[in-house]
Design a binder for this molecule. Structure first.
Ligand code: PEP
Ligand code: MG
Length: 881
């Protein structure tokens, strides 16, 4: 039997997203649960892949199946393609597995030609409507299928209006539209050298091919790159019989969410337009009305819609984003999909759905995308600064958050300014898919037109980016690179600020602050904590960072990098004296100056962390990093230390290395200069003893030795550290406990982890260095070529961001297995960047690590990802893009 390339809506269901795309699967499911869906069929994503495999050609088998399904559709609708009296007209829309709003193309009213247009005029008793549909079809077909510039068609339309002295399109008469149709067909002939195709079947095949082609248009490709959507999954095409929202005042079209996508509040949220066609709402051309108004205008339709929306939400057990059309007071459902929402709305809806009994706590935890929590950690305006700010105008609160920056009027200008390190805002009349990269790069977006479901609003919410839309008080002149509000003029580079939660636009820049985390956030986090088995620690070097991390739920410090403490202005002179010392005595003297300061650092950390574990790593970077690089600074240091300039230069040159990352750093420093490790150990121990005495906290310091690759490196330094620690204990008459462990960040260490575990009391995987040394990629230089690697399909993603499971991951797994062979209860964590990456966290959970450690702002993300990993038994769940 031949392969099935085409499915009638009634043959599919919600689980078939991969094959039918999100839209196709939704239409199939709605059809099957008996909702009013205009008939149609879906050409599969596999047909798209086949189209590309066949050198961008539809195979005869696919064409055959399209025709067969078309015949069935004709029978169902009791209309025929190309019939002069009762013609079938269809829409042709793309729909991939992951929704890509506005990225690919749509064609409406397909099936119209010089004859069927008369049939439509007759059956609707509305000649104007028939010809308006026809001219729209030629324009859309010309643009999408034949790639003729839209401007050419717009010019004809505008000239006709001007000639007749009309302001609005609606003033054009049937006769005007007939003339426009003739002019449009001439454009097609002039541009393509061929007549506009009048055979509906030919139109249909051309349109399907065009949708397949649009999968690879530039904006779709960049959207997929930005959202990590694979390029090889293709799009499906939905062919559906047309219903009309633009046949009069008893018609309309709209978009609604079952809950508020910005806040999560349980209340229908949406907009509609009377007497309009589907695209008009999202395009932001006319400002739509609130869905509430439909209650008064068409009470019966509203009631039916409300019931249908509720049914769909209960059916899918999730917030839905629904498109509908009303044709002559009859409701039709055109799409349902999981509603894109802000992180705040996702949290609110998830918690409330649990309270309503719609979903379980586990489902609520599994449903949230950990990365999106980042949006909640975004800044808001500082209250005092806000009070002083001048309100310029108010638009719609399209996507929450606060943003401040210089205004730019094109996506390109934003991207260029961001590349120069500027903070920017994109200001436009309205946005379109071409603006996507600028929207991504800007801090926030401001548009003069469009509603809450306009392109700007939907895309910004998806990105978690602050957006104020439909701010009609501002007059944007993109060509002149300026906007005006009343008599104030703002030009490119002027600062303004946006509050996407209220819709306010302010003059100048306003200071921002980090938000409070309570309510729904705290609830979800508490649930996540019930399920996860991985502990979550933070990488923090200062009491301040540690305090932020504790507020976010950190259970300890997994990595305190002590080198940052050495860069302190007060200590740098002593640090430099230590480095430049010519004898052990001189070095010890300089270190003795650093000791009290270093001890204060640890006291601050221990007090903040109370009894939570704190892992302190001994000094790691090469010593020359602490010496000046600029000649004036070298001169000043030489003068300060009483060195001749040439001697100073010689010493500095002597410390320079060809490959510092593989040079004299990590444990190698402490092997050459054990005094450094001794001083640090003393500071760590004395601080713990003093905090215990002062505050009663039972601190158990964890002393971590970096960059071990040879077992003897560890056994040597373990002795140095323990000897000092025991000395401090006996001096202070303390029985304080402490641990000595090591980082696993050199591939060789993972291979001999069983030997290392004989000495080490804990391991912490330094996956930054482990990735660097496993790939042989310099972590400081790889940025230059990783993008090429990704674009050319050599690497699926940046291995410094998300763990390379099959390579670096294998070393991690081996290290865990070998380490625990020696010590079954060995505590093992990870403190590289990967500790805050959800995908990597799934892996770390699967190999049985004890904890992950990440930057403070990643702590909530890690808590949620760890819970998901535990709940889903290592299956990735948050795949809904
Ligand atoms: C690592 O290498 O993963 C690590 C945490 O250490 P650093 O980044 O300081 O080298
Ligand atoms: Mg490292």
């Amino acid at each position: 039997m031949s392969k099935k390339w085409v499915y009638l809506f009634k043959e599919g269901n919600a689980t078939m997203k991969e094959l039918l795309g999100g839209k196709g699967a939704g239409l199939a499911e709605m059809t099957n649960i008996g909702l009013p869906v205009p008939g149609g069929f879906t050409v599969t994503t596999e047909a798209c892949t086949e189209y590309y495999n066949q050198d961008r050609k539809l195979s005869n088998e696919i064409i055959d199946q399209i025709n067969k399904n078309l015949a069935i559709l004709e029978k169902e609708c009791e209309k025929t393609f190309g019939d002069v009296n009762n013609p079938l007209l269809v829409s042709v829309r793309s729909g991939a597995k992951f929704s890509m709003p506005g990225m690919m193309d749509t064609i409406l009213n397909l099936g119209l030609n010089d004859e069927t247009v008369a049939g439509i005029a007759k059956s609707t008793n509305n000649e104007r409507f028939a010809f308006d549909s026809y001219r729209r079809f030629i324009q859309m077909f010309g643009d999408v299928v034949q790639e003729i510039s839209k401007d050419k068609f717009d010019y004809v339309l505008e000239s006709a209006k001007e000639k007749n002295g009309y302001r609005d399109d609606t003033e054009l008469t049937a006769d005007d539209l007939k003339e426009i149709v003739v002019a449009y067909k001439k454009i097609v002939k002039d541009e393509t050298g061929k007549d506009f195709p009048l055979d509906p079947k030919e139109q249909l095949l051309m349109a399907i091919e065009a949708v397949f082609r649009s999968w690879n248009n530039n904006r779709a490709i960049s959207y997929r790159n930005m959202n990590d959507i694979p390029h090889d999954i293709g799009t499906a095409v939905n062919v559906q019989s047309m219903v009309y929202g633009n046949m009069g005042d008893d018609c309309g079209t709209g978009v609604a969410f079952t809950r508020n996508p910005a806040t999560g509040q349980k209340k229908l949220f949406g907009e509609f337009l009377i007497n309009a066609q589907g695209e008009d709402v999202v395009a932001g051309i006319r400002t739509p009305r609130d869905i509430e108004d439909l209650k008064e205008l068409m009470p019966e339709v509203y009631k039916q819609f409300q019931e249908t929306a509720e049914r769909l939400e209960n059916h899918y057990r999730d917030m839905q984003d629904i498109e509908f059309t009303i044709e002559k007071s009859k409701l039709f459902m055109l799409q349902t999909r999981t509603g894109k929402r802000t992180a705040a709305a996702a949290l609110c809806a998830a918690v409330e759905m649990v309270e309503e009994g719609l979903i379980t706590k586990e489902e609520a935890v599994l449903r949230l995308d950990p990365i999106s929590l980042d949006q909640l950690l975004h800044p808001t305006f500082e209250e005092a600064a806000l009070k002083a700010a001048e309100l310029l105008a108010t638009g719609l609160p399209a996507s929450p958050g606060a943003a401040t920056g210089k205004v730019y009027f094109t996506a390109e200008a934003v991207c260029a300014a961001v590349a120069n390190g500027e903070e920017t805002l994109l200001v436009r009349k309205e946005t379109s898919p071409e603006d996507i990269e600028g929207m991504y790069a800007a801090n926030g977006i401001l548009t003069a037109r469009g509603g809450m479901t306009s392109h700007a609003a939907v895309v910004a919410r998806g990105m978690g980016k602050c957006c104020v839309a439909g701010c009609e008080a501002i007059k944007v002149d993109e060509a002149a690179k300026q906007f005006t509000v009343g008599n104030q003029v703002f030009t490119e580079g002027d600062f303004i600020s946006l509050n996407g939660s209220t819709g306010s636009v302010y003059k100048g820049s306003i200071k921002t602050v980090t938000p409070e985390l309570s309510g729904h956030f705290a609830e979800i986090m508490a649930w996540a904590d019930e399920y996860r088995t991985l502990k979550v620690r933070t990488n923090a070097d200062t009491p301040n960072d540690a305090a932020v991390a504790v507020r976010f739920g950190a259970e300890g410090i997994g990595l305190c990098r002590t080198e940052h403490m050495f860069f302190d202005e007060q200590r740098l002179p002593s640090v430099r004296r230590m480095i430049l010392s010519e004898s052990k005595q001189q070095r010890e003297k300089a270190l003795a100056e650093i000791l009290p300061m270093q001890k204060e650092d640890f006291i601050g950390l221990y007090k903040t962390m109370e009894e939570r574990p704190v892992t302190v790593r001994l000094l790691d970077p090469p010593l020359h990093e602490f010496l000046p690089k600029e000649s004036k600074d070298i001169e000043a240091l030489a003068a300060d230390m009483g060195f001749a300039l040439e001697d100073m230069v010689t010493i500095i040159q002597g410390l320079e290395e060809f490959n510092p990352m593989l040079g004299h750093r990590g444990c190698r420093l402490a092997i050459t200069y054990p005094e450094i490790a001794q001083m640090q150990t003393r500071a760590i121990m004395e601080a713990a003893i003093e905090v215990k005495q002062e505050c009663g906290f039972n601190v158990i310091p964890e002393i971590m030795i970096p960059l071990i690759g040879i077992n003897e490196e560890l056994t040597y330094l373990d002795k140095v550290v323990r000897k000092t620690a025991e000395l401090v204990k006996s001096e202070r008459k303390s029985d304080i406990k402490y641990l000595v462990g090591t980082m696993m960040e050199i591939p060789r260490a993972t291979l001999i982890a069983d030997q290392i575990a004989k000495t080490a009391e804990f391991f912490s995987f330094g996956t930054n260095d482990l990735t660097q040394m496993t790939y042989g990629f310099s972590r400081d230089d790889a940025g230059k070529f990783i993008t090429d690697y990704k674009e050319k399909g050599i690497l699926p993603n940046d291995p410094f961001q998300s763990i390379d499971v099959e390579g670096v991951g294998k070393l991690v797994e081996m290290g865990v297995v070998l380490g625990r062979k020696t010590k079954p209860d060995l505590k093992i964590g990870v403190c590289g960047e990967h500790g805050g990456d959800p995908k990597s966290i799934f892996f770390f959970h699967s190999v049985g690590l004890s904890y992950v450690s990440c930057s403070p702002f990643r702590v909530p993300i890690a808590r949620l990802a760890a819970a998901q990993a535990a709940l889903s038994n290592n299956k990735t769940t948050f795949t809904d893009k």
